[in-house]
Each structure stands twice: as C-alpha cells, then as structure tokens.
Design a binder for this molecule. Structure first.
Ligand SMILES: C[S@@+](CC[C@H](N)C(=O)[O-])C[C@H]1O[C@@H](n2cnc3c(N)ncnc32)[C@H](O)[C@@H]1O
Length: 356
C-alpha cells in the first residue's frame, strides 16, 4: 500500500475549533485540509513513516484514520465500483460506517450494504437507521489487531473512505461511538455517559468497592455504577430519583462536595465528579478530597464542563494539575455521550489496557 497522504478525524459537531487548536499544538506538521462540521482532514508531511496503528491521542478526535479517497457515485452500483477501486487488495478485518453528525440515518445501513458488496462480504444487511455501524469480516479469526475500513458519510453523495488499526478500545467503536442502548430503568442519560467512561478508561472497578459521585442528581451515572455492583456514595445538594435512593447500595449526602467531611471518604476507592461548574471549581473540590492523608482514591473519572469553548485551551494545564496529585496515568477524551464537556480518567498507577 502506498504511503497515505491524508489523515481524517471525526469529532462532535461544534468541537472542530478545539480539535484544530489541539492538533496544531500536538502535531504541528499536519496541515488542515478538507473540513466539514464533525469531520476534519489533514495533509500529512511527505515521508511521514507513520504505520497503520498510528494514534494521534487527541481529546476532541472521536475517531481517526488514514484517508483512502472519496466515493461520489450517484447510484449504488457506481459506489460499489468506486469503493472497490479504493480498497484494492487490502485485506480488511472490519468495516466501520459512520454518519457525519449526531442523528441516526437510513444512509448508514445502505452504505454498509454497498461496502459489503465492494469488500465481497455479501450479504450484509443492517436494517435500522443508526449513527454508526460496525461489521466484522465473515469467518474472520481475530489473530491480530483488526485492520478497519472506515467510511464517513460526509454528504449523501460524498463518502470518505479510510482505514485504521484497532489499538485501544475506543478505536474498535465505529466513529468512536459507544453504541450501548439506554436501559429502561435508567433515570437519566448520564447512565450512558458513565457506562462509556468506564468502558473507554478500563478503570478496574470491582463489585463491593466504594465509589463517591460528586454531582450525582438525578442519578443515572450512579445507577451505572450500582449495576456493576459498586457501593455508591452520591453527593449532591439536589434531589436524587427515588428509584436510586431505594437501592440498598446507595447513600445520598445532600451536600455540596466541599461540605462533606473528609473522613466520609475513608472507604472510597474511586471518585467520579459531574458538576455543572467550571473545571477549576471541579478540580479544587476533588483536590481537597484526594490530597487528604486519610483518603486513598485509586482512580477517578471527572467530567470537566467547557462552559465556554475557550476553556478547551486550559485542558493541558488541568491534566498536569491532576498528575501533580500523584496520578501517573491521566487521559482525556470527549466521549460520544459528552456534551460541551470532556471526560478525564486518572489512575495512581499506569497499567496496560487490553485492546478492543
Ligand atoms: C450534570 S448534573 C449531574 C448528572 C448526574 N451525574 C446523573 O447521573 O444524573 C450536575 C449536578 O451537579 C450538581 N452540583 C453542582 N455543584 C455541586 C457541588 N458543589 N457539589 C455537588 N454537586 C454539585 C448539581 O446539583 C447537578 O445535580
């Protein structure tokens, strides 16, 4: 395969500016190329020598890959042929199709059918409208990290093909979307945000351990933790849903984070925070807890709200601040269930994470 000349990234619609600023800071050799809301491409320098498992580690890039080219045909037959030309002899293990944007679309299953034919993986028939779909090659043996054919549906008649190798769990999610359905008993969509944060970070929470959640009302994220068998100390001055309060492993402290006495956290192993306040306020509250000598928090999942997009520029300093508390492994990502906010995962010790 010839050296690819473009890199593509997808992001939350409205996060493009933050993504561009972050890329300019971390990868100054990349030149901004074609861009649409939620989809940004970059010209790579010549002789870049990057391999297919390259990962740019950008907070605002939900997914990334090298570009193969565009599919612009008007009919399915023309698209199959165009895709076939771009795929050539590359042996893919998976197909990820994603719509540019946030609304489920009928185009996703139709593109899966077209690309299935181009790959010779027929019949592939997904019926439901979706934001993204993941298909594995029939009769595949997962002996190596999968090589993924990416298709981003930029416009109805403009599909972008690319590829990446699965290197960590979020690269196995099509378009970086965590596609779990909202359970019927969930009291808020924050259930999915916590579910995704746990899946992405691989923070090794275990049943019976105590987690404190600062900013827990109405209680969706607490439910995701309770469903994993954790004991939850929920802290919030606002009301928590009765269904969560009734759970035998849930305790509500109806206070603000800074009002809780430090010794209440003596049994706390994990800490999560999701307060609708500025990042510095969240970090002040968390620092006062985790730096107390009687408290031993092994890991954290913190939502940092970007009340204004300009706060994105403060993210590197926020992560440094968290490291200064003794957390060796600190990562950040704008999750697919994050709104104008990011998720930070911090652990005391860096540990190897399994691939997706
Ligand atoms: C986005 S909501 C949290 C959603 C919640 N995690 C869930 O799963 O449903 C933000 C919450 O932060 C709470 N909050 C704001 N400041 C706080 C503070 N200083 N201490 C504790 N909670 C706070 C608010 O009362 C509000 O309920």
């Amino acid at each position: 395969m010839a050296d690819p000349t473009f890199l593509f990234t997808t992001c939350q619609i409205t996060a493009e500016r933050a993504l561009k600023a972050e890329t300019a800071r971390l990868w100054p050799d990349l030149r901004l190329a074609f861009s649409r809301p939620g989809f940004v491409t970059w010209k790579l320098p010549t002789r870049h020598g990057l391999s297919d498992d390259f990962h740019p580690h950008l907070v605002f890039a939900r997914s990334h890959g090298f570009s193969l080219g565009k599919v612009t045909g008007e009919t399915d037959a023309a698209r199959v042929e165009a895709a076939r030309q771009l795929v050539g002899a590359i042996n893919f293990d998976e197909l990820h199709v994603v719509i540019r944007g946030e609304t489920p679309s009928e185009q996703v299953p139709s593109a899966v059918a077209v690309l299935g034919e181009a790959l010779g993986w027929q019949p592939l028939a997904l019926r439901e409208a979706a934001v993204a779909a993941r298909v594995t090659r029939p009769k595949t043996s997962a002996a190596r990290s999968p090589l993924v054919l990416d298709c981003i549906l930029v416009e109805p008649c403009l599909w972008w093909l690319g590829f990446h190798r699965v290197t960590e769990i979020a690269t196995s999610w099509p378009g970086g979307w965590h596609l779990a359905p909202l359970p019927e008993h969930a009291v808020s969509r924050a259930y999915l945000k916590m579910d995704e944060a746990l899946a992405w970070s691989q923070i090794p929470v275990a049943p019976g351990e105590q987690v404190a959640e600062i900013g827990c009302s109405p209680g969706g994220a607490s439910q995701a933790l309770l469903d994993r068998g954790l004991i939850v100390l929920g802290i919030d001055p606002a009301q928590v849903d009765q269904r969560v309060i009734a759970h035998p492993h849930f305790t509500h402290l109806r206070k603000r984070g800074h009002e809780v006495r430090r010794r209440e956290f003596r049994k706390t192993r994990w800490l999560t925070a999701d307060m609708n306040v500025a990042p510095q306020y969240t970090l002040d509250t968390v620092e006062a807890i985790v730096s107390h000598p009687e408290v031993n928090v092994r890991g954290m999942l913190l939502t940092l709200k970007l009340l204004e997009w300009s706060l994105a520029g403060q993210i590197p300093a926020c992560l440094e601040r968290i490291r200064s508390w003794g957390y060796a492994d600190v990562q950040a990502r704008q999750l697919s269930h994050n709104r104008q906010e990011i998720c930070v995962a911090a652990r005391l010790h860096a540990t190897a994470r399994p691939d997706g």
